[in-house]
Design a protein around this ligand. Structure first.
Ligand code: PAF
Length: 285
């Protein structure tokens, strides 16, 4: 497995792969890898039909707010290296912040409106940071396919909009959420939870399963479903709801009635740790 730190070297590596007719799959991450990330590698290979996989590890300062956890975000390059290698990643791109954001850089990329709802309400600059770094990474890695996890569903829908709007030549894959046995979605931030919080954290998933059950039983009224979700989460003393929402998957606007492709999303503080989870019903094509 190659490790490349310079954007220029990464471009050269990708150019060579393209000249040799390889199909490049790209898995952007912020490191502290877990099975969820490794499943993205598998998706790139199988669903994306890629024969070369590039993974980036870059804790992107631009997507953290001033009071968020950029400094303490977990980092473990040696552990990540081992996991990426064992998953068959061909190239690890591990750039320095000064190369991604050189002095004088003035350009950001922002998808209007979609980044101001849901998680964007409490993290108003987050998605601008994400779309800025993802467009840089796509320009550097030049992949045929890029894979994003559904756990960050809003991120996926915003990146999809950006790729469409900017006519970017990359195919996107939305990979299913990988969960612990009790249903908690895998996340690098789960390490922040103490034992009691870890137990209560499953309330996000349970509330989503409750929503799915109600929908399966024929309930279509969004407020009724959201009320049931909130009631379930609020029974857990460590939990404080940031938002629960039922929205369409294009503009991320609230639905009053569940019909068509619909994202049901929850963001909940468990203690001081903000966790997110979601399901998509009325699947997209
Ligand atoms: O999902 C993430 O880990 C990050 O938001 C991403 C896509 C790597 C951009 O920094």
């Amino acid at each position: 497995m190659e490790t490349i730190t310079s954007p220029a070297d990464m471009k050269q590596f990708s150019r060579r792969l393209r000249q040799e007719a390889h199909r490049i799959g790209f898995v952007p991450t912020m490191g502290f890898l877990h099975q969820g990330h490794l499943s993205l590698v598998e998706q790139a290979r199988v669903q994306g039909r890629c024969d070369r996989i590039v993974m980036s590890i870059f804790v992107n300062p631009l997507q953290f707010g001033p009071r968020e956890d950029f400094e303490k975000y977990p980092r473990d390059f040696d552990g990540d290296f081992q996991l990426a290698w064992s998953a068959g990643v061909d190239c690890l791109f591990y750039p320095d912040v000064r190369d991604m954001y050189p002095d004088g850089a003035r350009t950001t990329v922002e998808v209007a409106e979609l980044g101001q709802v849901l998680c964007g309400v409490s993290r108003p600059t987050h998605f601008r940071g994400v779309t800025t770094v993802v467009s840089k990474l796509l320009n550097i890695v030049m992949p045929h396919v890029a894979v994003f996890g559904q756990k960050d569903a809003q991120q996926f829908f915003i990146v999809r909009r950006m790729v469409q709007d900017l006519l970017m030549d990359v195919e996107l894959i939305r990979a299913p959420i990988v969960r612990e046995t009790d249903g908690l979605a895998l996340s690098s931030r789960n390490v922040y939870l103490n034992a009691e919080e870890r137990k209560q954290a499953v309330c996000l998933y349970q509330s989503l399963m409750q929503a799915r059950r109600l929908i399966d039983e024929g309930q279509r009224d969004a407020q009724t479903i959201l009320r049931a979700m909130r009631t379930h989460i609020e029974r857990h003393p460590s939990a404080r709801i940031d938002h629960v929402a039922i929205v369409d998957t294009e503009r991320l606007q609230p639905r009053t009635v569940v019909e068509g492709p619909t994202l049901i999303a929850a963001a909940v503080y468990i203690g001081t740790t903000r966790l997110i989870d979601n399901i998509i019903v009325g699947e997209e094509p």
